[in-house]
Write a protein that binds this ligand. Structure first.
Ligand SMILES: [Zn+2]
Length: 334
């Protein structure tokens, strides 16, 4: 689908919002009836929801814990949360999750333990509005491209650190939506030949080096007590040697991952996000050094943009996908 900006739809809506409506023509006719949208990001234990206007501006947020993750319980929870948000003139719902989504069905969502779940259509029937389902990295990239840190950049990669390592790509102003987007191709890239093993048996892959669980596990093993991810970062910041070494190794690995990304995609901007991205702040210098050492001196300096807004940006990305879908349908009708 072509971005809204290319079609001029949003430009026209911007003019409307500014009160400078001069020409009652074409796509902007849709604007008064467009209403609101809900974006939902599902994780293995939380549901992050946002109501937005047609320009994806947040109106209200709601974050709830998911105590049950079977599909019918989650579907009910989504419907309840949307009711609680009281969206005015709801026009569409976007749902994003970590995993493979195709045409409204979840083929696989490891964090929820789902396989072949029919999600969008039953929910659309229940809510009586269109429901779109999208991989969460694709939706986040859409959010960054449209109104986030990637706004105005012709191309950039999105790398997320959290329960896993996620990857998405924007080229020539468009989010790449190939069948491989959402497979999790960034999850197990080899980064450190001396690193620990991941659950799949790779030595020093991105999961083993960078994820919240991996850093907590390494710190716990080194200090012989249970150390959370936040505690590991705090100890590293205080100079505790073992925690510091783990975090520095993560910094080197992240630098290599960013250098690889920039080298192979020919894009020199990266947006970092995810609930484990706090690690970057501690090792930004190491990351920059590693990137420089693994790139041609003639290549552009990689610009790094850190999105610390948490899962709300992801929920907003899901709303953006719903808006695109709705405006796409409306403009197709005209
Ligand atoms: Zn691995």
């Amino acid at each position: 689908m072509k971005p809204l900006l290319d079609r001029g739809v949003l430009v026209e809506l911007d003019e409307l919002a500014d009160g400078s409506i001069g020409r009652p023509s074409r796509p902007l006719d849709v604007s008064p009836t467009v209403g609101t949208f809900v974006g939902i990001k599902l994780t293995g234990d939380h549901l992050f929801a946002v109501v937005t206007d047609v320009r994806a501006n947040p109106i209200r947020n709601l974050d709830v814990e998911l105590s049950q993750t079977d599909p019918s319980a989650v579907t009910r929870r989504i419907a309840d949360v949307i009711a609680d948000l009281e969206p005015t003139n709801l026009r569409g719902v976007g749902i994003s999750l970590g995993g493979l989504a195709r045409k409204g069905d979840v083929l696989e969502a490891p964090f929820l333990g789902w396989r072949d779940v029919h999600l969008a259509q039953p929910l659309a029937e229940r809510l009586a509005v269109p429901v779109v389902l999208e991989n969460d990295l694709v939706a986040l990239a859409e959010a960054e491209r449209w109104f986030g840190l990637g706004r105005g950049l012709p191309g950039f990669a999105v790398i997320t650190i959290g329960a896993g390592v996620g990857y998405a790509l924007v080229i020539n102003g468009e989010v790449v939506r190939s069948p491989d987007a959402g497979v999790g191709t960034g999850g197990h890239i080899p980064l450190d030949p001396l690193g620990p093993y991941c659950v799949e048996g790779h030595k020093g892959c991105s999961q083993a080096m960078l994820t919240i669980g991996a850093i907590a596990a390494q710190a716990s093993a080194a200090l012989q007590r249970t150390v959370s991810f936040d505690d590991a970062l705090k100890l590293a910041e205080e100079g505790e040697p073992a925690a510091r070494a783990i975090v520095e190794a993560a910094g080197d690995a992240l630098g290599r991952l960013i250098a690889l990304t920039a080298n192979l995609t020919l894009q020199s901007s990266v947006v970092l996000a995810g609930d484990g991205i706090a690690v970057y702040r501690l090792v930004a210098d190491r990351v920059a050094q590693r990137i420089a050492s693994e790139r041609s001196s003639r290549a552009q300096t990689v610009s790094i943009h850190v999105d610390s807004s948490g899962f709300r940006a992801w929920a907003r990305g899901a709303a953006a996908v719903a808006i695109q879908d709705a405006v796409g349908r409306l403009t197709a009708e005209h």
